[in-house]
Design a protein around this ligand. Structure first.
Ligand code: SF4
Ligand code: SF4
Length: 439
């Protein structure tokens, strides 16, 4: 029987637009832009300067002193033309390394395959760190940090998250169908690093073909778990409950429940790095929505321009009202197409119907729908109120930091409130304030 969690929502997944379209390779742009902000954690600094020549896989930015941090590598060969602020998919201007692509794609001489069988856990985790690997589902949490829990936390389960519960997204689905052996290989490398004999891959039932394919490839010690199709089935805490029956404590991380969860793209990259030596320089981007002439699943080099990817999809058949980087529930609306693919860009959606529920002056009618469906059992209506009033003390008392930003409360609010927008902002301010106090 398919496993699941309590709460959540059935929503139209719109996945049929790209689910059957094989992954194709996107040509690089003339100019690649690499914002220095691509992961959660300490900032990184350029290790190249204007005028330097670089090759594919060369290190271009790092902060070797910081643990909560990953390096950045060039996805093209060419010359560094500038280091300057550019618009990031978050909407902010962020210092970025600009590289003119010579289209030769010469590979760095420093890239060598590594055999994890001859390595210790620490050595495996260091290779993952040096390859710049992060959680590619959207969070951007450094993978080597996830794989290094404190000594008091005993890890008993590792799960590959193949739920891909956000509407429209199909990149994990295609990976599971097209290169199942790479997903399994990446998981086995992680199992070795964590000293675990068993691993799990959780996949929603709306990807039955992927479940069949991966079952054929998986050895006995890798269990394939069918998950009910429900949003947000792929959120870490919900996935852990569904597969292991464990609860992550309030304010805690999956490791507090003895579990590590990794995205399909992340384990795929781990396998690639060990087998080829190549760091994280590319990812799959689902190009979907009702406005592209030719929706696609594209394998894209980091730093490629959104404009070029839109052209590869034949442009727009109708004018989009909204362009989103990521999924419609958790992604970020873009005000310009002059932005570039980063490590967490899972999709570019072009939608003619915005589906927006936010209106100035809208009121909470206390229907309770957000409370009933919140997968974290929070009270979004109160969190929304406290966030709007900047009453952060009350917001923290009502566990605002446990919000996983799934967007369900905004999606179904009949009162035209947009709790997620206010909650997300309040969380950022609270975390910022705590960081400053710690310093
Ligand atoms: S769903 Fe909207 S209107 Fe209903 S209680 Fe929540 S915030 Fe209020
Ligand atoms: S409060 Fe957070 S976790 Fe709960 S429904 Fe809203 S966005 Fe999701």
């Amino acid at each position: 029987m398919a496993k699941t969690f309590k709460g959540g929502l059935h929503i139209d997944d719109h996945k049929s637009i790209t689910a059957s379209i094989p992954i194709s390779f996107a040509e690089g742009s003339d100019i690649h832009v690499f914002p220095l902000q691509q992961h959660i954690g300490a900032p990184i600094e350029p290790v190249v300067k204007v005028g330097d020549s670089v090759k594919v896989g060369d290190l271009i930015a790092d902060n070797p002193e910081a643990f909560m941090c990953v390096p950045l590598h060039s996805s093209v060969s060419g010359v560094v033309k500038a280091i300057e602020p550019r618009v990031h998919t978050s909407g902010a201007k962020v210092t970025s390394i600009i590289i003119e692509n010579d289209k030769l794609y010469e590979k760095s001489e420093n890239l060598l395959p590594k055999n994890p069988d001859n390595m210790t856990s620490q050595e495996i985790i260091k290779v993952i760190r040096d390859a710049g690997i992060i959680g590619m589902g959207g969070a951007g949490f450094p993978t080597h940090v996830k794989l290094s829990p404190s000594a008091d936390k005993k890890i008993t389960h590792v799960i590959v998250n193949g739920a891909e519960c956000e509407p429209y997204l199909t990149s994990d689905h295609r990976r599971l169908l097209e290169i199942p052996e790479t997903v399994i290989d990446g998981l086995q490398i992680v199992m070795k690093a964590l000293n675990l004999k068993e691993g799990y891959i959780g996949i929603e039932l709306n990807k039955k073909d992927a479940i069949e394919v991966i079952k054929k490839h998986a050895p006995e010690n890798i269990k394939i778990v069918s998950l009910k199709t429900k949003y947000p089935q792929g959120a870490e805490k919900q996935l852990i409950y569904a597969i292991c029956g464990k609860q992550v404590p309030s304010g805690g991380l999956p490791a507090d429940a003895g579990v590590i969860v990794l995205n399909v793209d992340t384990v795929t990259q781990i396998s690639k790095t060990f087998r080829t030596g190549m760091p994280l320089i590319e990812r799959i981007v689902t190009m979907s929505g009702d406005c592209f002439n030719e929706p696609k699943n594209l394998l894209v080099r980091m730093g490629t321009s959104f404009n070029d990817l839109i052209n590869i999809c034949g442009g727009f058949s109708k004018q989009p009202q909204k362009l989103i980087s990521g999924g419609p529930m958790m992604g970020i609306a873009q005000y310009t197409t002059d932005v570039h693919v980063i490590k967490t860009t899972s999709a570019i959606l072009a939608l003619s119907d915005t589906g927006d529920t936010f209106e100035n002056g809208s009121v909470c009618i206390r229907c309770g729908k957000c409370v009933e469906k919140c997968p974290m059992k929070l009270m979004p209506l109160y969190l929304n109120k406290f966030a709007r009033k900047e009453d952060f003390e009350s917001a923290v008392k009502y566990n605002i930091l446990d919000c996983i930003e799934c967007g369900i409360c905004s999606y179904l609010c009949p009162g035209l409130q947009s709790p997620l927008v206010n909650i997300r902002l309040a969380k950022q301010k609270i975390i910022e304030h705590r960081r400053k106090n710690q310093k």
